[in-house]
Design a protein around this ligand. Sequence first.
Ligand code: GLY
Length: 266
Amino acid sequence: MLTAITRQVSPTINQCELSFHARQPIEVAKAIAQHEAYQQCLAELGVHIVSLPAEPDLPDAVFVEDPAVVVEEVAVISVMGAPSRRPEAKSLAHALSRYRPIRFLTEPATLDGGDVMRIGRTVFVGSSKRTNREGIAQLSDILRPYDYQVNPVAVTGCLHLKSACSYVGNNTILINRVWIDARPLLTFELIDVPEEEPAAANAVLVKDVVVLPQSFPHTRALLELRGFRVTTIDVSELQKAEAGVTCTSLIFDDLGTQASLPASLS
Ligand code: GLY
């Protein structure tokens, strides 16, 4: 069954990390309501939600995509690029250990899950402010025995690789080529986001439905014109925390196997 780990919005989200965005006040109650609606949207698409409690001392902890990379065979717990976010990993590893064997990246590696876009057995990883060469190399070493090929992609104009591109199904990537070096992705069909919606390339594909922020109507129209099924949600408060729609969930198949809990997590 398709499962999404999520985490409740931290009451301290106004202290979140920001890299490419100017700080704006976030209405916490509204962010919580939008996050609820996001979970509801996933649930209506048939995803089982596993919601973790908020981490009051970790402003960015709602962005559960970043501390881990999950494939069918294993969950890889990362060393996140922002030191303030590293304590988010422990409780997430604990939650993931119910579903997958756990592996760990180690320093000097850094890697954020937002930099990882998987398409089948190919894993594109952004070389970004948050993810370094050692992080990409360690992830590649862990995934290679399972027959995944890891390919780096240079990220220059935004926080994460998936701020600038997302797989939307049908061999197609939604993309903002201004923010990344698109050359490693040219074997796919590329749909360029409209110039007036540069942040619209972050989308979540759930089964055959593309989930997109409500603030990108032109991108929605473009996708629908190309035959994609699209649903939109309002995530305006979370967008102020430099978020999109991928980063607030970690979606994977619950394969029904009970992985053993590493001693370090028990
Ligand atoms: N505010 C999300 C991040 O910087 O990781």
